[in-house]
Design a protein around this ligand. Structure first.
Ligand code: XMP
Length: 326
């Protein structure tokens, strides 16, 4: 049997009871596969790796070693949430690596989007590899592969697999959710007790804010982007749009315009809001955000975020624009 193929008889996991049955079955299989050996996992804080972590913690506890690499391109509060949930609440064996300087130094002056992606992906593997080398006795590597990853591994989205790990690592793979669709992963995540913010998180590209801080990344513009993005998310949360809109974020281009602040000339970057709906990310339509809310968000971002002096709303559907700007 091809164990990368979902059996036609496999029921869609769409209830707590089915999720629990899946979890119990996986716990048994994981225990059988790994015995008393240690398992390593790159924990980004995204839905898939978080669900795999929670599942493995339940199955083998401290035999799981999670490594969270903060590449400095996370959204506001994300690395902190990973530490809070996995280290503090689930008592996981978590290694936190703040590699911000390494990534930002390498990315300085790099303009080309695909080069930026390559650098981020390559450095991620290096940092993870270095951490793995410090550990002894690791026999298994867990991965948050899901069924669409298997179906799409024809090269079309190869550039998306930033978390892809080195092939020469001599470890056996543990991929407990590889036959699940995304909606099923979320149901399993909830049944495992993960918070909604994590389970229903909007998609976030592997290279993170790196592809939204357009052109060559600078620390000040990246910080402005992170703060503006946090305001957008907070307002979408408060106004009931968070669960409704598929993906929403800010992009900040490397362009300055003239403005006025406190009666003085104030040059700043524009923050561009993007809020799209889609089912498969191949095409996307624009969410019609109420004007009143747009004004409020504009007011907050221009007053609260140093360096930003305008807010724009991107009305371009996909196609012709891609969802991300880079
Ligand atoms: P585009 O911009 O191609 O985006 O319309 C479609 C979806 O893919 C996400 N995306 C990425 N995800 N690494 C990722 O892991 C990437 O390099 C990357 N680029 C785009 C994007 O956020 C959207 O959900």
């Amino acid at each position: 049997m091809d164990n990368n193929k979902r059996p036609e008889t496999m029921e869609r996991i769409n209830s707590k009871a089915l999720a629990e049955a899946f979890i119990n079955e996986q716990i048994k299989e994981i225990k059988e596969q790994v015995g008393d050996k240690k398992v390593l996992l790159a924990l980004s804080g995204g839905v898939d790796s978080s669900v795999v972590a929670a599942l493995l913690i339940k199955a083998i506890g401290k035999q799981l070693v999670c490594v969270h690499v903060n590449h400095g391109l996370m959204r506001k509060g994300e690395s902190e949430a990973v530490i809070e949930i996995f280290q503090n609440q689930l008592d996981a064996n978590l290694i936190y690596v703040d590699a911000t300087d390494r990534f930002l130094n390498l990315l300085a002056d790099v303009n080309d989007p695909e080069r930026k992606r390559k650098i981020i992906g390559g450095e991620f593997i290096k940092v993870f590899d270095e951490e793995a080398a410090k550990l002894t006795d690791i026999k298994f590597l867990a991965q948050g592969t899901i069924y669409p990853d298997i179906l799409e591994s024809d090269g079309v989205k190869a550039h998306h697999n930033v978390g892809g790990l080195p092939e020469d690592m001599e470890m056996e793979l543990v991929e407990p959710i590889k036959l699940l669709y995304k909606d099923e992963v979320r149901v399993v995540g909830s049944a495992l007790g993960l918070p909604d913010e994590m389970v229903y998180r909007q998609p976030f590209p592997g290279p993170g804010l790196g592809v939204r801080c357009l052109g060559a990344i600078t620390r000040d513009r990246l910080e402005a982007l992170r703060e503006a993005d946090a305001i957008l998310r907070e307002e979408f949360d408060k106004n009931g749009l968070a669960g409704k809109v598929w993906q929403y974020f800010i992009a900040v281009p490397d362009v300055k315009s003239v403005g006025v602040k406190n009666d003085k000339r104030y040059e700043g970057w524009p923050a561009i809001i993007r809020a799209v709906n889609t089912t498969d990310a191949m095409s996307a339509t624009i969410e019609e955000i109420p004007y009143e809310l747009l004004h409020h968000i504009t007011d907050r971002i221009t007053h609260e975020v140093p360096g930003i002096n305008r807010v724009l709303y991107d009305l371009t559907p996909k196609p012709i624009g891609t969802i991300e700007w880079e």
